[in-house]
Write a protein that binds this ligand. Structure first.
Ligand SMILES: [Ca+2]
Ligand SMILES: [Ca+2]
Length: 334
C-alpha cells in the first residue's frame, strides 16, 4: 500500500487502509456523532523518509541522516567472490593482498630474481590469477599451484619458487620492458590449457572507456580477477606522468575528514598512497558512488602485495593524454 520514490514514501489514506483490512465494518463508524470526514481529519500521520528501525535503510553506506536519497542505493559494489583474493604469508608474518615482486632479491643483476624484482609485475599478475582459480575450486589445483599452496596456505618462500617456475615455463619475463600484453595473454592461455581452465584470454588494443569498464564488470561478475596495465608514457617511454594508487579511508579511520559527507576519502597526499606507470596490477573489485563529488568509479586493485584504489576516470585520462590504448589495456578473459 505504500508507494516509494527515491526520496519520499506516499502513505495510504485512512480510507484506503480501512478498505484494505478485509472484514472491518466501515459503516460501524456511522454511530459516531462526528462525521467520518471529521474522524479522518483528526488523525495525524508521521511521514517517513526512511525506515526508523535502520541506520542505513538502503544499505549504500551513507547513513539515513546524511543520505539525500535514503531509500535508493547510490553506491554499487562489485567484486570477486573471495575478498581476501590471494593471501600470502609475507616475511613479516602478515597475509598480503596478492604477490609482491619486491620479495625477489635484487642484489645480483644477472639473476632471474633481479628481473622479477624489477620487471616481474605481469608474471606476478598471472601467477596470482592461477592461484585464485586453484583457491576457489579444487579442480583447478595441480602440481604447479601446489608448489605454492600447502595446507590451504601460501607462504612467501613457496610462492617465490612457484613464481620462478611460472616465469621459466610460461611468462619468460624479459629485461627492461617486462612481459608485453599480447605475450602475457598467450602465456595465460598456455597455462589455462594445461590446467583445464575453459577460458580464453586476449589483450584488446583499443577499448573505449565504456567498453573497458563493461568488460571489467563482466569478468568480476564471473569471479575472474582482471590483470590490467598502466603503460608507460608514449612516445616518451621514460616520461614521468603517473597514475595515483590511492589508500582508502572510511569514517573512523585516522585522518578521515568528518566535515565532508563522503563515504570514502582518497587523498593522494596520504603517505600510504603512491603513483605509478609502466606497471601491471590486478583489479579485484569496483565501487561506483553516484553521490561522491569526485572519485565516482574506483577500482580496487592488488599491487606489491597491497590493496590500493585507482580512479577509473584518472586512469582513462592518463591513457588519453599520456599513454595509449595498446600499452595501457587489460587481459580480457571470457
Ligand atoms: Ca543510505
Ligand atoms: Ca542512498
Amino acid at each position: 500500500m505504500i508507494d516509494f520514490t527515491d526520496t519520499t514514501i506516499e502513505l495510504p489514506t485512512l480510507y484506503e487502509y480501512w478498505v484494505s483490512l478485509k472484514g472491518i465494518d466501515y459503516y460501524a463508524f456511522k454511530r459516531f456523532t462526528e462525521s467520518r470526514q471529521a474522524i479522518i481529519n483528526s488523525f495525524v500521520v508521521l511521514p517517513l523518509k526512511s525506515d526508523p528501525t535502520k541506520e542505513d535503510t538502503d544499505r549504500d553506506g551513507y547513513l539515513d541522516h546524511a543520505d539525500p536519497r535514503p531509500l535508493k542505493s547510490d553506491v554499487t559494489y562489485l567484486g570477486i567472490k573471495d575478498e581476501k583474493y590471494v593471501p600470502i604469508i609475507n616475511p613479516d608474518g602478515d597475509a598480503s593482498y596478492g604477490g609482491n615482486q619486491g620479495w625477489f632479491p635484487e642484489d645480483n643483476k644477472l639473476s632471474v630474481d633481479y628481473i622479477l624484482n624489477y620487471y616481474g609485475c605481469g608474471t606476478i599478475g598471472a601467477s596470482d590469477l592461477f592461484l585464485y582459480f586453484a583457491l576457489k575450486d579444487t579442480k583447478y589445483e595441480n602440481k604447479i599451484t601446489n608448489m605454492a599452496i600447502k595446507d590451504n596456505m601460501i607462504n612467501y618462500s613457496d610462492y617465490m619458487n612457484y613464481v620462478r617456475y611460472i616465469n621459466e615455463t610460461y611468462t619468460h619475463t624479459p629485461r627492461w620492458l617486462g612481459v608485453p600484453g599480447p605475450s602475457l595473454s598467450n602465456a595465460i592461455n598456455s597455462y589455462f590449457k594445461y590446467a583445464g581452465i575453459n577460458h580464453k584470454a586476449s589483450w584488446p588494443l583499443s577499448f573505449s572507456k565504456s567498453e573497458m569498464l563493461d568488460k571489467i564488470e563482466e569478468m568480476l561478475e564471473k569471479d575472474i580477477p582482471v590483470i590490467f596495465s598502466i603503460g608507460p608514457n608514449t612516445p616518451d617511454l621514460w616520461g614521468e606522468t603517473m597514475v595515483n594508487l590511492y589508500y582508502q579511508k572510511k569514517k573512523g579511520d585516522e585522518h578521515y575528514d568528518g566535515t565532508l559527507n563522503e563515504l570514502y576519502q582518497y587523498d593522494e597526499n596520504d603517505k600510504r598512497s603512491t603513483k605509478i606507470n609502466g606497471h601491471y596490477m590486478t583489479i579485484t573489485g569496483i565501487i561506483k558512488d553516484k553521490l561522491s563529488t569526485k572519485h565516482n568509479i574506483m577500482l580496487r586493485i592488488s599491487s606489491w602485495g597491497n590493496l590500493y584504489y585507482v580512479d577509473y576516470d584518472e586512469y582513462r585520462e592518463y591513457i588519453e593524454n599520456e599513454g595509449d590504448k595498446w600499452t595501457s589495456s587489460m587481459i580480457y578473459i571470457k
